[in-house]
Design a protein around this ligand. Structure first.
Ligand SMILES: [Zn+2]
Length: 236
């Protein structure tokens, strides 16, 4: 059996043993589906105006798959709070699609960097959801991936009970990037959700301080306005 056929056979076996499930409701889905037909009706793709109030630095492109509503909101909840680590593999094609839709070619990006989580959260959850997503995007596109290029250097308070100004102060100086890993590179910062943009701004600052030539952001979901976000889903 050729290498190719062996890979296909292995994929088929995995599909039989672990049939893919809709990341929003858990129903079985076909191989080419991401959401089940029912949840697909409640899926809202992101639009170009969704970055408006995020106050991202000039020159930073935001690529987002969906709005933080309906099925995507459910999917992110299950992914983060119900131990559904396998959702990363199901949802990652949406991230790749968001890049393609914006005309981004994988060869234009030198490194995928996930937003680090608070160590306490990673220990409790068993994984950093953004790192799982970035790893899957790397597997699908061939863009290199590093989980250690950007680190959280101190623990911070949970963000969800803070206002926008307090969020920024809380995070100030809490990330550090490895110069050797990021210097001179076009970095794509990967996260599950973009809310106020406070975390992203801090990460971009740390990556730029370490010499990154440019940084763009890739997320599964963006919130439409600050009050539309429920704190329970917050990253930290
Ligand atoms: Zn579903």
């Amino acid at each position: 059996m050729s290498q190719f056929n062996l890979k296909k056979a292995k994929e088929f076996l995995m599909w039989i043993l672990f049939p893919p499930c809709c990341p929003a409701c858990g129903r079985s889905i076909a191989r080419d589906e991401i959401f089940c037909p029912c949840c697909l009706k409640d899926y809202f793709p992101a639009s170009s105006g969704d970055r408006e109030w995020k106050q991202l630095p000039a020159g930073v492109n935001l690529y987002a798959a969906a709005r933080y509503e309906g099925s995507m909101r459910e999917a992110i909840h299950r992914f983060k709070f119900s131990g559904h680590a396998g959702s990363a593999a199901i949802l990652a094609p949406l991230l790749v699609h968001a890049l393609r839709e914006n005309g981004v070619k994988p060869e234009e990006i030198q490194l995928l960097v996930p937003v680090p989580s608070r160590p306490k959260k990673v220990r409790a959850r068993g994984y950093n959801q953004s790192a799982l997503l970035a790893r899957e995007v790397s597997r699908l596109t061939g863009i290199p991936f590093s989980e250690t290029a950007l680190l959280k250097t101190r623990d911070t308070r949970a963000q969800h009970d803070l206002n926008a100004e307090e969020r920024q102060t809380n995070l100030s100086g809490s990330f550090r990037a490895e110069k050797a890993a990021v210097s001179g590179k076009h970095i794509l910062l990967v996260d599950d959700i973009l809310t106020t943009g406070a975390t992203a701004r801090e990460c971009i600052g740390a990556l730029k301080d370490a010499g990154a030539s440019s940084v763009d952001i890739l997320v599964l979901a963006v919130t439409q306005h600050e009050t539309g976000y429920d704190g329970a889903a917050n990253r930290v």
